[in-house]
Every structure is written in C-alpha cells, then in structure tokens.
Design a protein. Structure first.
Lengths: 330, 330
DNA sequence: CTGTTAGCGCATTCAG
DNA sequence: CTGAATGCGCTAACAG
C-alpha cells in the first residue's frame, strides 16, 4: 500500500540511488531527472519510511520525557512548553509517567532506549550510583530537572533553597515569628530521590535560624494535618504556615476553613508554585512564582543542544519571586 | 557499542539464524545451544534493536494520542489512564498537542504515521471529508473521543446531550425558571469541529423547551461575562447559570464574587466535568461528574482491539451524573 | 550525471 | 537441528 522509493525508481526508469539523490536533494543529478522524480513522488504521495531511515541514519528525531505524573499543573504546563519547543526543532516526543516508581522508571527508560530516542528529559525517581552508571552507559544525552542526580547530567530548575529562604524572609518582614513548614516526608532519604524537598527544607531551617527571635517547626509526614492541629493548639502569637507546594497549601486552607480558622487573621498561609487554580480560591494565596514555561522550553533546548554535541551549562536556574496575596497579613 | 545478534552469533560460533531461534524461543534448536546463546546474550546485556525489529515485523508497539492541550485537568487525567493501560498492554505512547490548530493537527498525524505508530487516539480538530479520507487512507487504526467524526471511527465519550438535559432537569427541580447557558462559541460551525459543544447546546435548548414555564438564554461568545452582566441586570426571578464546563463556571464564580453577587442566594451556578480543583472552591460547585479514567482506559482498550483486528462498538458512552453542591439552592 | 553495491539489525524462508 | 540466503526501505560510498 505505502509507496517506496524503489517503486518510484521503477516508474521513472532510474535506480534507487538516483531517486535518493533527488529526494534528499543531494548534488550530482540532472535537474530534469530530479524534477521528474520529485513530481512522481509528489503524485504518489511518497513519504520516506521513518524507521528505515532512522535505522541507517542512526537517529530518530524523537525525544523522551519521563515525569512522575501529570496531576500537578506545574508538570502539565512544563510538558506543554517542552513539547512545543521540541516540535519546533523537528522532534516528536514520548511522554512516560513513572508514578515515582523506581522499577517502572527503569523499565520505561529501557523502553525509550530500545526505541532509540535521541535524548531523554528526566525527572528522576531513582538516584543511586548503579542507576547513574546505567544512564551513562546508554550513551544517550540525558537532561534532568526537578530532582537531581550526582553525575554529569545537566540540570534545569529553580533555586529551591533560595526560594524558601525568600519566603521565610517575606513572612518575617510581615511580622511572623513562628513558622510551620509543611514538607513532603523526608525520612525516606537514602531510599528515594528527595533532592528538591531537601533543598527546600534546608533553606527553611537555615533562614529561620538566621533570624534571632524566630521559632519554627517542620512537619514532614503523611498526616500533616493532625500534626498541624496539635501545633496550632499548643502555640500562639503571630504564626504562619509555609507549604512547600500550592497543593499542600490548598489542602491546608480547606482544612482551616473547615475548622473555622480565619486566614490571615488567625494564621498566615503561604504556598509555592503559583499554579493556575489559585486564581479561583479565596483568600488569594501568597506563593512563589517562577516561569515553568521557561523551564520546559529550556529543557528541550538543553537536550537538543546536547544531542548536537554542544556544550551546555551543568546547571541552569530559572528566576523566582514571592507573590504577595491575601493569605498573609500586611 | 550496542551488542547485536551478529556478535552473539560469532561469539557462540553459530549463525544469526540460530541466535534468533534461541532469542525468540522458536522450535528447532538444540536445548544446549539455546542455553549457551541465552547466557551469552544475558552477559552482554543484549537488547534487540527495536527499529530493525519493527522494520521487518511491520509494527512498532507504539501508540499516538493527539489532544488539543493538556491544561484542562480532564485531559491530563485521561492521558494518565490511557498511558497506564497502553503500557500494561506493551505499548508506549507519543503525546502530541494540536492546540486546536487544524494544520498542526494534520502535520502531527503525518508525523505519527511516518513513525509507523500502530494506532492513534484522536481528539479531532479537523472534521471535513478530506480529512477523514486522509485518515482512512492511512490504513491505521484510529479511535476518536471528545469530538466526533462522521466516518467509521469508533468513538468513546459521554452522552453530552443527555448530561445537559439532566442538568436542566436538576435545576428545574430546584425551582429555577430562568437559565443562562454559557457555551463555547458556536457560530464557527462549519469552520471548526464543535460536535460536543453543539450536542450540549442542543440538549440545553430541547430540555428547556420541554418545560412549559422555563425561560432561557444562550451565551456563546468570547465576551460572555459582559453578556451575562446585561442579562442578569435585565432579568429577575429565580435564575441560574449553567456552564458547559467547570472552567467557565470557575471564571463566572470569580466574576460574581467580584460583583458581590451571592451564590446561590442571588443566582444559582452549575458547572460540568467535576475537575479536582472544585475541592478547593467555595461554595462547592454543583456539577456533572463522569469517570474520565474509564474513558482513558477504554480508549486504549478500544484502540488496541482495533489493532488486533477485533470488532469494537462504533460508540461507547460512559455514565455521568449530576453532583449537587452548594452553588444551587436546595 | 547515474548505476551498482553494500550495509543498518533483524526475521524468515529454504536447503542441507 | 543448523547454515545460507533473501528482504524490510533507505542511505552512502564507489565505480563507470
């Protein structure tokens, strides 16, 4: 059914070598024969067989991106930007979702490698030496984001530590002297790749400790609302809850409302990510904004540069900024 | 660098045919030679070259899915389910975003076809005969969702018309006698594929007309808030706004709040889709819920069945239900 | 300027 | 049970 270059050759009474010269307009061919071949190819709706082409050329013009999932709006937006940039540069992309599952991630990366993607953008769940040497051995360009590896894999994201420091400074400037920091569980250190949560955690502790009269607690467990409840009852003064992501902040806000605790009158609240749904919640959440599209685009750009064997910086950090909302008092 | 079956053959002192018999455990091979070959392959970390394999086998174990974008949570969730099911069945998936752009969609489908995907799940932006015959000529299994084509392409979604009818009935049962229906623009009919918006629109009109004393207006334009404003000022009585999606409803709610119009005391409000962010907005929005995961999974299932040349229903409709919230009065 | 030849890596005949 | 040969569709180097 699909027309091949061989058929075109026969129809034009030439050989496939000549057809190839015409199609990929390479030098050394009579303009007339070229025109004829091109016309016939056009008429027959010829399209080169991509797989065969890839097989011999050694590249597939295909990228893979592995994400945990696509529930957090941050990541769907990032993908959108990544995909748009990739397409502009002639690549098409496989999106695979590891669900934070280390085995699944490995299996997926193998699948992508089997399909000979030209490069992979990776939000790594795995992190040990074995994993990294596996990636290295693949000899495939890999760029990371949102979670870091130790090896020589370019990384693009924001400066998480500084961003949380800025958040603490902001809350301090508004007179808050007791902060509760809600973070994903951290005790799984060594068992999971928690680079970013850890950076944020460190930023929080450092920033708080640098402020003489600042008191603070870290909540990093699954039942964080229970712990938050205890903490709120046991303390007083001007307090604020700082969440490591808007998703947490939204949950906390919902819970506070159900408990009839007013924000910011009784307690301040701050999120992180500035996801678009914040547009629809009251009070408007104070949060940290950064340009996710820039990350997505930059990720594709970095990866394609690496594929073209250009030098790229080991680390590129996107700017962030605190966005004041109504959830902290003036 | 990558080890090939040829190398294994040499190392084992046999020919590639034999290696193939061992690897794909086909009959007609001495158990001992097989064991040896398998061992060597294992040691060398042999992985078959997927492209070469595909080239000769004629399939790629790859699916393509084309979406408008991934901003609406409905679609990211749908993708997640689709991807999970596809993976379970041994397929990996290309996700491409047409941005509702007809030319881009065509280009993308061509890209997918070039890469010889085994099947495509399509949310079509195009819709004319030419487009459909193009799809048919590709001889590639295609399944549609969320927007319909005229031709023989299996379709999976919900019964949009009935769902809106149910919404109207629900509002009527709560005593509302004047409804404003907010829909995407419909005048582009003939220029864009607006199957679903049209179904919903028809359902709305039919349902309203069947209720003797029901008054209603349809707002289907870009500046719908302005029109809504006029309408609200010119009318009175027990009124409600019915939106064709939660995204609209959220915008409307935000606008109502800014205008200090109370929901549901002064006006009722209802959305459609039951997206997860509704969890965080007040008042809780009344909406229509359906199982998106079932659609995503079903989509993959349908597509793979078609690939395996099994018969599938031309249309499969997923159940929906009205979810009462606080945004309509009791 | 064009034809011939040899692969890319694998699957699948047909002989032996 | 195994070897040799052919082809998937395309590219590229070498002759002529």
């Amino acid at each position: 059914m699909n027309v091949t270059s061989k058929q075109i050759a026969e129809l034009c009474g030439v050989t496939r070598g000549t057809v190839d010269r015409a199609l990929n307009n390479r030098p050394g061919i009579n303009p007339e024969t070229r025109a004829k071949i091109l016309r016939v190819a056009e008429e027959l709706g010829y399209r080169p067989h991509f797989l065969a082409q890839s097989l011999v050329k050694g590249h597939t013009k295909t990228l893979g991106i592995v994400l945990f999932d696509i529930h957090n709006r941050i990541f769907s937006q990032l993908f959108h930007a990544f995909e748009a940039e990739a397409r502009k540069r002639g690549y098409i992309v496989y999106l695979v979702l590891s669900n934070r599952n280390k085995e699944l991630e490995l299996e997926y990366i193998n699948n992508l490698l089997d399909r000979r993607v030209d490069g992979i953008a990776l939000l790594p769940a795995n992190f040990n030496k074995k994993f990294e040497s596996f990636l290295l051995r693949s000899r495939t360009p890999i760029v990371t984001f949102g979670n870091r590896l130790a090896g020589p894999f370019p990384y693009i994201w924001i400066d998480d530590k500084q961003a949380i420091r800025d958040s603490v400074a902001f809350l301090a400037s508004r007179g808050y002297r007791h902060l509760f920091y809600v973070s994903p569980p951290l005790r799984r250190k060594g068992k999971e790749n928690i680079y970013v949560p850890e950076q944020r955690y460190n930023g929080f502790v450092e920033a708080c400790e640098a402020i003489p009269d600042m008191r603070f607690n870290v909540i990093a467990q699954k039942y964080y609302l229970d712990e938050l409840n205890d903490l709120i009852e046991k303390t007083d003064g001007k307090r604020a809850i700082l969440c490591s992501s808007d998703v947490y902040a939204l949950e906390v806000l919902k819970w506070l409302k159900s408990r009839k605790i007013r924000v910011p009158e009784q307690i301040g609240l701050m999120g992180f990510d500035n996801i678009d749904v914040l547009n629809y919640v009251n009070p408007a959440l104070t949060t940290v904004d950064y340009n996710v599209n820039a990350i997505g685009t930059g990720l594709a750009d970095l990866l394609i540069s690496r594929i073209n064997e250009e030098e790229v910086p080991a680390e590129t950090l996107i700017a962030h900024q605190v966005v004041p909302g109504e959830s902290v008092s003036p």
